[in-house]
Write a new protein. Structure first.
Length: 422
């Protein structure tokens, strides 16, 4: 297992390219199941989560070729049983369920394992697919969905106690593309990654309107055809580097971003006293650490609100920002594992009932810390950039799940770090 040694205190400057979105790539790769023709998907980031998805598709019988960010998938022959051991390891693999059910009228997918950010139920996914006519059974840790007479359109409300579900919306939308008749999804997730999936499906011949709003309509069609698509930029990777630049930067430029997707993150950084400038086309931004940073309060909420996937990174920034900050995560109230590690580095944070109260300290100090989930690991890297001494971040595989060559990109910005075999 690799670990990262980060020697704090070196400022960041320069420019890097942001990769394609992991969270757009995963459902789009799964959507290729809906046709027997070739799909060519560009800018798929080389991270372990997308590698898992490619392995799952190959195990299902797809012919997959991957070369420098482009994935070609052909699902001419496809089985309906997803490999238990692979699916269990990645929650997002649940998004093969809707396409398999639509294409094969049967899907066998393992119940996702829980994970460190909280319980990851699938009740909303099942509610939606049952409404389309699927019968759901459970056996040996698998969910078995069948629809021998095919799926039929329905009116479905996907709202859960913590708001809409991103992958649940994706699953139902994909299944509904081949259902008989009209499907309406109320309380749909409106994330940019849902819009990117809908654009991919429409390019395949689906008839979807309303993606990006809370009401999505899907008119079923008989079949879908192959397509060529380029994935949107990764707004969470961009946000992570924006936070790094606010923490340790002396002018950092990020290319291949999408200003529209970064409004809530930009607003949070400006509220904390930092500067963010976009170019006229909105695909490049430059961040300067503010001269007078100040604590601020944040509440995560579904898009276009402040993303839960950027909660840990902002906590790392606010840990050394003067003043008191309060961060509440309404989507994953348990997503505060990074706080215990940040406190090991000297942060002053108290966590209670889904809320973290952060009292900014002058400086953090290096300590051996443990990565726990994807975004918590990123938060620890950010904290280490300005901490006194050398911080060792163990279990780096968490960060490799969702960040494409994060150490190489930080080195390009002048960070002083190295990846070593643990
Ligand atoms: C997606 O996960 C993202 N993953 C997550 O990013 C992100 O944190 C999350 O959306 C919220 O924005 C991918 O897109 C691959 P949800 P997803 O269903 O779709 C509850 C990362 O760091 N819920 O939108 O699985 C759930 O417990 C990852 O890249 C139910 O109650 O999340 C949560 O509280 C981490 N029942 C809320 O809804 C269900 O059936 C939102 O979850 C499904 C979800």
């Amino acid at each position: 297992m690799d670990k990262l040694l980060v020697h704090g205190g070196t400022p960041l400057q320069g420019a890097i390219n942001i990769s394609g979105s992991k969270n757009a790539s995963l459902p789009i790769l799964a959507a290729a199941i809906l046709t027997g023709e070739d799909c060519l998907i560009n800018r798929v980031p080389d991270v372990s989560d997308t590698n898992y998805m490619v392995q799952i598709l190959s195990a299902l019988g797809a012919d997959v070729e991957r070369y420098s960010g482009t994935v070609r998938i052909s699902c001419a022959e496809i089985s309906e049983e997803a490999p238990y051991d692979l699916v269990r390891r990645m929650r997002a693999s649940i998004c093969v369920m809707g396409p398999l059910l639509a294409r094969k009228r049967r899907a066998v997918v393992s119940l996702p394992g829980g994970c460190i950010i909280g319980d990851r139920p699938v009740d909303l996914h099942l509610r939606g697919l049952e409404a389309l006519g699927a019968k759901v059974e459970f056996e040996g840790g698998n969910m078995i969905l069948t629809a021998p007479d095919g799926l039929r359109g329905a009116e479905i409300d996907l709202r859960g106690t913590h708001g809409p579900t991103v992958l649940g919306t994706d699953n139902v939308m994909m299944a509904a593309t081949l259902a008989d008749g009209l499907t309406v999804i109320e309380s749909a997730a409106a994330e940019p990654e849902v819009i990117d999936l809908a654009n991919f499906l429409n390019a395949m011949g689906a008839k979807i309107t309303g993606a990006g709003t809370t009401r999505i309509e899907i008119e079923g069609v008989k079949e879908l055809h192959g397509v060529r698509h380029t994935v949107i930029p990764d707004r969470i990777e961009a946000g992570t580097f924006m936070a790094a630049a606010a923490l340790a930067g002396e002018g950092v430029t990020l290319r291949r971003v999408c200003q529209e997707h970064l409004k809530a993150i930009t607003a949070a950084l400006v509220k904390a006293g930092h500067q963010v400038q976009f170019n006229p086309t909105g695909d490049t931004c430059t961040i300067h650490r503010g001269a007078d940073p100040k604590g601020c309060d944040l509440i995560t909420s579904p898009y276009p609100g402040y993303p839960t996937d950027m909660q840990a990174q902002m906590t790392a920034l606010l840990a050394t920002t003067p003043g008191i900050s309060v961060i509440k995560d309404t989507i994953f109230p348990q997503r505060f594992m990074h706080c215990a590690e940040l406190k090991r580095m000297g942060a002053d944070i108290t966590v209670d009932n889904g809320t973290a109260v952060i009292r900014g300290v002058e400086k953090l100090s290096a300590a051996p810390v443990m990565a726990s989930d994807l975004r918590a690991s990123a938060a620890l890297v950010l904290a280490a950039l300005t901490a006194k001494g050398t911080t060792a971040i163990n279990r780096l595989y968490h960060i490799d799940r969702g960040y494409e060559h994060i150490d190489e990109k930080l080195l390009m910005l002048g960070a002083n770090l190295e990846r070593v075999k643990a």
